[in-house]
Design a protein around this ligand. Structure first.
Ligand code: FMN
Ligand code: SF4
Ligand code: FES
Length: 537
């Protein structure tokens, strides 16, 4: 049991000392993407090779989470006392060569990953600082990397209102899409007098192309638990739930193990660090409905009901889970909390832009060389993200647009490549930050088809509770089909625009209110592709 900041630091030192004296590490990426490439088999074959060569005393296989550069998986990092070497595209056929080269003190040159490329040098890692480094199954590894220090610092010498003040100073905005200031949300809940309050972590992540939250939950689950516990202390809540989709079995497994380990060490549970503060966390599984990521639908689902949204107000801060005051925060929002408490809100506020502080994690997908996970300061330009960090467009094609914000977002054309990515600039450009999926689109793509893809997604994910969304998304999908088949009329084009405005302004929840955005933004920037679908003869 750990009962004080000093004891936590002692454990961290002990673990660091043990690692320092012991074997060199071969860190094998066990993120979902690398697992699908065979990293579990690779880890086993490396272990066997070490055993065959009687090298187990000298080298240790360590399973780590996503390294970021998923396109070049499986990534293996060889860490020695004097530095480390990153290897890419490693398969079981490289096992013998890799082990032989490190045994001989050499390098497997044709498999080395260039860590001086912009993909690595242009990132600023706060949320992802531990991913690819620590073993997510080992709480002591998290603690050795400064984990749970922020929670114990808060419990040791900060009043709940000081914690809220620090989060307010950081100007951290919710990373789930809306960008609502986290500190203000916490303050609202802290001010409500209630015997029972809740903290909920939103790990639903239903947007096509998004996998940021999954990677954080899989690679650094304790960081999420720590953020939730700090939120509980600040707001006066003693119970937390993590809502995570069942299609993320690895994330569910890692979070479940992390909760058990933290509870065993007394970091979660009753009277943490001999204080009056108790906090327990449970996992709730979602069944993969996109709408269940919406705040009120999520609450209904956690309560065991069908995940239908309801009218707001009342807001969750007053009337949330089982009618009690509730803080709902996204995974990435909560993963930012520990560094903010440790380093101070002002430190965080200095990163990013005036209205959007800190960093943002993006999942880079689509027609881009370096598909994977990146974290950059707010204000980084789209050009830097696509051409420097992302490595540009593959197969000699040209960049056409980027889709941000998932089905609620929009498409931004090449003319806006120098846009600085933050909440306001993306909104002004007709898109949204969303949770962080960035889908790069090359010049072989038809933008009406892209818009149709997202509309059809919203059609199938609509809960059907209100008519404008249920009927409107179906009608819009059918209308878009006419443009794709080049059978639309001029009046269809007018109807398309009118119906988009109607669905936006009359739908009950965010799903319907934002479903037309991909259509409206493609009309704004790629109108000619709609006009090509009109055949009035
Ligand atoms: C249809 C829909 C789906 C959503 N899905 C998610 C999601 O998967 N994850 C998430 O954090 N927020 C999602 N949101 C936003 C949440 O309603 C809520 O604003 C967010 O979880 C609050 O956390 P934050 O303040 O930390 O961003 C969704 C909203 C809508 C309308
Ligand atoms: S807008 Fe769509 S998803 Fe939201 S309540 Fe209405 S039908 Fe359901
Ligand atoms: S899962 Fe291995 S690098 Fe992303």
């Amino acid at each position: 049991m750990i009962t004080s900041l000093n004891e936590l630091k002692e454990l961290a030192d002990k673990k660091k000392c043990a690692s320092g004296n012991s074997r060199q590490e071969l860190r094998v990426c066990m993120g979902s993407s690398c697992i699908s490439l065979g990293s579990a088999e690779l880890g086993k074959s490396l272990q066997d090779e070490l055993q065959n060569r009687d090298l187990e005393d000298k080298y240790k296989i360590k399973n780590v989470g996503c390294n970021g550069l998923c396109a070049n998986g499986t990534l293996v990092s060889h860490c020695r006392g004097d530095g480390s070497t990153l290897y890419e595209k490693i398969t079981t056929s490289d096992t013998k060569d890799l082990v032989e080269s490190i045994q001989n003190g050499g390098l497997l040159k044709d498999k080395m990953c260039d860590i001086t490329q912009p993909f690595f040098t242009k990132q600023t890692k706060i949320v992802l600082e531990n991913t690819g480094i620590i073993d997510p199954d080992d709480i002591e590894d998290y603690i050795a990397h400064g984990g749970y220090e922020a929670l114990f610092k808060a419990l040791d010498g900060m009043m709940p209102k000081d914690v809220i003040e620090e989060v307010k100073t950081s100007a951290l905005r919710g990373r789930g899409g809306g960008g609502y200031p986290a500190g203000i949300k916490w303050e609202s809940v802290s001010k409500v007098v209630s015997e029972q309050k809740y903290i909920i972590c939103n790990g639903d992540e239903g947007d096509p192309g998004a996998f940021m939250d999954r990677a954080v939950m899989e690679s650094d689950p304790h960081r999420v638990l720590e953020g939730m516990a700090i939120a509980g202390y600040a707001c006066g809540a003693n119970k937390g739930y993590i809502y995570v989709r069942a299609e993320y079995p690895l994330a569910v497994e890692k979070l479940g193990r992390a909760i058990k380990q933290a509870t065993k060490l007394g970091i979660l549970g009753e009277n943490i660090a001999h204080s009056n503060f108790s906090f327990n966390i449970e996992i709730r599984l979602g069944a993969g409905a996109f709408v269940c990521g919406e705040a009120t639908a999520l609450i209904a689902s956690v309560e065991g009901n069908r995940g239908n949204p309801r009218q707001k107000p009342p807001h969750l801060t007053d009337y949330g889970l089982w009618g009690k005051p509730t803080v709902l925060n996204n995974v990435e929002t909560l993963a930012n909390i520990a560094p903010i408490i440790k380093n101070g809100g002002a430190w965080y506020r200095d990163i990013g832009t005036e209205n959007s502080s800190g960093t943002k994690v993006f999942a880079l997908t689509g027609h881009i060389k370096n598909t994977g996970l990146v974290e950059v300061p707010m204000g980084t330009t789209l050009r830097e993200l696509i051409y420097e960090i992302g490595g540009g467009i593959p197969d000699g094609k040209k960049f056409k647009a980027i889709q941000s914000g998932g089905p609620s977002g929009g498409c931004i054309p090449k003319e806006l490549l120098d846009l600085h990515v933050d909440y306001e600039s993306l909104k002004n450009a007709g898109s949204i930050m969303g949770s962080g999926g960035l889908i790069v689109i090359d010049d072989s793509s038809n933008m009406v088809e892209i818009a149709r893809f997202f509309m059809d997604f919203c059609r199938s994910e609509s809960c059907g509770k209100c008519t404008p969304c249920r009927v409107g998304t179906t009608e819009l999908t059918l209308l878009l089909d006419k443009f794709i088949k080049k059978e639309a009329t001029k009046s269809d084009f007018e109807l398309l625009k009118e119906m988009c405005e109607f669905v936006k302004s009359t739908s009950l929840c965010g799903l319907g209110q934002t479903a037309p955005n991909p259509v409206l933004s493609t009309i704004k920037y790629f109108e000619s592709e709609y006009l090509e679908g009109i055949n009035d003869d």
